[in-house]
Ligand binder design. Structure first.
Ligand code: ADP
Length: 446
């Protein structure tokens, strides 16, 4: 500033000196004043010109290039330029942070919707637009209540009690593919809201399965238990002769056996679900499995056909030279479940064929074909569900638990194998397990 004042006075002095030089003699005093006035006017004019150049520069908004203005105005222009630049850098930094923040929310597995004070959508991530079928561009600034019309959600949004989440059906939900969403609102800022959503379809399905499973188990146990306690009461209260007592005790033993089979199948299933899959290094010869399975099948067939004149025709192929990698107990359980089912659902006199076949690509197939009742196509995809039965009464009469094929499917999956079912009502069925080539080998010659 001192330098500037010094320059101003120097300019005035030069003007006065020049005036004095130009008007010498007696009028030298007037010359000094004229010089002074001329110097001041020139100073003001130069200043005005610089000021208007600065104004023009500011108006053009070209603050990234220097103003090319000298003097005080030049310094002001420089300061303004530096300030603007600093602001721009800060704004760019904030923008970059905002973009990073939005990218992080975008990557979230949960849906996020930002709402303004009027519940209009300000922003939403891709997961939210997927969950709520929003169009991320077209639906911006739309009222949420117009887009989500689920009555539970509408009353939740209107209720303003956001201390809990609600579960609603997703707009894309259909009867064949239900979608459940857990949504929760959080208030922030001045009346703004954050809507978070999670896809809980799998959780809801697991919960429904768990409830159904408990209900099914209770039902399966309650029936024999009711029969058992009825007989116990009869034995306790009625004077029975020896023959009646024996008959009742036989029936009681039957019901107790039924419960035992159920509990044992449940334990097998829980073991299959809770243990690591069998390794591929333990080799089990197939032939002893076929023999054990055949013995069990023949015993069951003898039991079930004892009252009829005819028996089942049971043909079992040899699998002499082969080994399977996996768990012996699991494989035997799966194989005998298939053969026992064939025996149970094939009337006496029917034919049952058990085959072991190595396919050209190295895979191996264990199959059980029967000439029994067969199954209608609509049931086939559901047979491996727990407690799913096509023929309830036959299943119970023959000691079924409704868990056999669920066990078979689990065992197959744990061995990397596939269960295939082919059946036609009245024309018998064929159940086969196809093992991957990596789990099949020929027994090396001794
Ligand atoms: P269950 O103990 O009732 O036999 P499974 O899970 O073994 O239970 O089988 C499910 C249902 O599939 C059975 O109830 C039966 O209706 C049907 N099923 C299974 N195997 C056969 C078969 N070989 N022939 C006809 N129906 C079968």
């Amino acid at each position: 500033m001192t330098w500037r004042l010094f320059r101003f006075f120097l300019f005035q002095l030069s003007g006065a000196f020049l005036g004095r030089l130009l008007i010498p003699g007696a009028d030298s005093g007037r010359g000094t004043i004229v010089g002074l006035v001329a110097a001041s006017t020139l100073w003001v004019l130069i200043d005005l010109q610089r000021g208007s150049r600065l104004l023009l520069w500011l108006k053009r908004g070209e603050t990234s290039t220097p103003a090319n203005v000298g003097g005080l105005w030049g310094e002001i222009a420089d300061r303004v330029r530096r300030l603007v630049k600093a602001r721009e850098l800060k704004a760019a930094d904030s923008e970059a942070r905002l973009q990073e923040f939005l990218a992080a929310i975008q990557a979230s597995p949960n849906g996020v919707v930002l709402l303004d004070a009027q519940n209009r959508i300000e922003w939403c991530n891709e997961t939210a637009s997927e969950h709520f079928a929003f169009d991320p561009k077209r639906d911006l600034m739309q009222h949420l209540a117009n887009l989500l019309r689920d009555p539970r959600f509408s009353s939740y949004l209107a209720g303003e009690d956001y201390g809990h989440e609600i579960v609603m059906m997703g707009p894309r939900s259909t009867a064949s593919r239900p979608v459940s969403l857990a949504v929760r609102l959080h208030g922030y800022g001045e009346g703004r809201k954050l809507l978070l959503s999670r896809d809980v379809t799998a959780l809801e399905q697991a919960e429904t399965m768990r409830r159904d499973f408990v209900a099914n188990v209770s039902h399966e146990i309650r029936t024999p238990l009711t029969v058992l306690s009825g007989f116990v009461e009869t034995l306790q209260t009625l004077p029975l002769n020896e023959e009646e007592r024996t008959r009742y005790l036989d029936l009681m033993a039957q019901q107790a056996g039924r419960m035992q089979t159920l509990v044992s199948d449940l334990l097998t299933l829980s073991r299959l679900e809770g243990s690591p899959p069998p390794g591929a290094s333990e080799w089990v010869p197939v032939q002893p499995l076929m023999i054990a399975c055949e013995q069990e099948g023949r015993a069951l067939s003898a039991l079930l056909t004892s009252a009829h004149g005819k028996k089942h025709v049971l043909q079992v192929q040899s699998a002499q030279d082969y080994e399977l990698a996996g768990s012996r107990n699991e494989l035997l359980s799966a194989m005998s479940n298939l053969l026992n089912n064939a025996v149970r659902y094939t009337p006496a006199g029917g034919t049952i064929e058990v085959k072991w076949q190595v396919l050209p690509d190295g895979r191996a197939e264990f199959s059980v074909r029967d000439s029994g009742l067969g199954i209608a196509p609509e049931h086939i995809s559901r047979l491996t569900e727990r407690f799913y039965r096509v023929d309830r009464s036959r299943s119970r009469e023959t000691g079924g638990t409704g868990l056999g094929l669920a066990i078979v499917k689990h065992v197959a999956q744990r061995h990397g194998a596939e269960l295939h079912i082919k059946s036609q009502p009245g024309q018998g069925s064929c159940f086969s397990i196809t093992f991957p080539a990596a789990r099949v080998r020929r027994i090396a010659a001794p």
